[in-house]
Each structure stands twice: as structure tokens, then as C-alpha cells.
Design a protein around this ligand. Sequence first.
Ligand SMILES: C[S@@+](CC[C@H](N)C(=O)[O-])C[C@H]1O[C@@H](n2cnc3c(N)ncnc32)[C@H](O)[C@@H]1O
Length: 302
Amino acid sequence: MIGPTPCDTGTEGVEGGVGVTALLVAAARAIETHRPDSLAADAYAEHFVRAAPASADWPVRPPQVPDGDADPLWGRFARYFGLRTRVLDDFLLRSVHTGGARQVVLLGAGLDSRAFRLDWPAGCMVFEVDRAGVLSFKRRVLDGLSAVPATTRVPVAADLREDWAAALTDAGFDPAAPSVWLAEGLLFYLPPAAETSLIGTVDRLTTAGSALAYEVKLDEDLLAHRDSPLYTATAEQIGIDLLTLFDLAPRPDSVGHLTGRGWSASVHVPYEFTQRHGRGPLPEPNDALGGNRWVFARKRRS
Ligand SMILES: C[S@@+](CC[C@H](N)C(=O)[O-])C[C@H]1O[C@@H](n2cnc3c(N)ncnc32)[C@H](O)[C@@H]1O
């Protein structure tokens, strides 16, 4: 165990602490699904939101957001999650269809339904790593829908602040075969040492040609926008104070760690993808999203 974090509330499931953020992203994906200009469709998302008492009355359709895109939470922030979902869907699908990986590891998977909704090639395995309480809520909802995954899906209960490698390999992950990894909306909740350890574990469990995408926030940005419309609306409208959930300690240089171990990495500002897709959030003053970066890394072939 690396140590307690600000997100330690004793809550293991989706009802509070960091687990409730999985519902926030699910609600954003539900809204995105029903936009006329949707970037990603997730038919499961609204069922997760409706099933949890913490989120049962949150919006799941655009008409339930009277201010539309002007709402800092269910407008702009939800658009951000919609864009992120699409960009990372594309990354994973490229990695399996073109890159040849057949193992997909979703770290901090939350209520990610990619195992059900994406077009996976034959022989894929999708490992969903999250805490036991989140995974059991997810299983209950999916069982209630009689949902059938589009590929082999393997939930792995683990705390990513601890040594989780054995849980993954015991669940059937093969470190000798190529893989693609995702840490979407995860690393800023972990202590820096846990992030460094996680990156080291990914490196240790991957072959050349494997790929990793993850999201970070720049250090100097973490507290700079504490009074931004986005953080304020999230706290006021649904009671989630993201700044108390983030680990505010200085972040490690994970790109440096990866490149030092033979990976190539490119760092992107999400707004690049807003331009590419023609929709999504744009910069604004006092911008809580301004320090977000999406990193795409590939382990070089030897
Ligand atoms: C913002 S949600 C993102 C979920 C998902 N990746 C997505 O984008 O929809 C953060 C997720 O990270 C998980 N998480 C946070 N800290 C964790 C830890 N120490 N071990 C395992 N999972 C963790 C939470 O339970 C939650 O499901």
C-alpha cells in the first residue's frame, strides 16, 4: 500500500468518494449519446446513472439540461467527456485492428462499457480494473439488462494504489503478448508514487509494440482554477468537489519515465481534438480543463 489519498472516504462503490466520479462520466456519456451531433454512443450509460441513488435524478438526455452547452457541468464538461470517449475509443480500436493487440486493459475502468459497445476483432480480451465495489455495482446493472459483451470481458477487482499486477495476470492477462492500456480519468486521483508505480507496472507487463493512453492535469493548473465555473457547478449541482478528490501533490514525470524506458510518447491538448471533430469544448477564461493533457505512448519495437 502506497498510502492514503484525499479520495479515501471509506466508500468503495459508486455512492461517494472517487467512485461517484464514474457516475459523473456515465451521465455525460448518456447525454452525449442523445445529442444530434453525438461523438460517441453508449446505450448503457443512462442505466448506470438511474440505478445509483447518488445519481438517480441527474440528467441523461440533452432536453434535461435547460441551459444546454451554457451549463458548465452538463454542457461544457459533458462535451469534454464525450470528446474524450470518442478519441480514446478510436485509439483502442486502432491499436487492436491495426496495431495487432488482442489484450485491452482499462485501468480505473469505472462504468466504461467499451467491452459491450465497440467492434472488437476475434480473440480480444478486455480487462476492466477498478475497485470491487464499483465493479459489483456495474455487474448488477449489466446483469439486470442481460447485457452481452461483444468480446471476452474480464473484471479485475484491485486497488491501483497497491500492487495489482498479480491480480491482472491471475485473471488471464499474458505479459508476453501485445496489449493496449488506458488510464482515462484516473491518474489525478492517485498519489504520485502510485502513478509512478503504475507506469512502471505497465512497462513491465508490456511487449514492444504495445500502446498506452492516459490523461493528466498539469501541476500548476490543479488549484489555479478552483473558482472556475466547471468546478463550482460540479460542486453546487451534484455535490462533487473534484478538488478534494484530486491528489494535489506534485505529479511525476510519467512521459519522461516512459521515454526513458524506450517508449515514444506524444502529449496533446484536448482542444486539438475539438478542432479535428468539429465539436467539443474550447478554451475559456479561468479554464479548469486548460491543463488537461492526453498522452499517447507506444513501446518501440526492438
Ligand atoms: C472518473 S472515473 C473514470 C472511469 C472511466 N475510466 C471512465 O472514463 O468512464 C475514475 C475511476 O477510477 C477509479 N479509481 C480511482 N482510484 C482508484 C484506485 N485506487 N484503484 C482502482 N480504481 C480507482 C474509480 O473507482 C472510478 O471508477
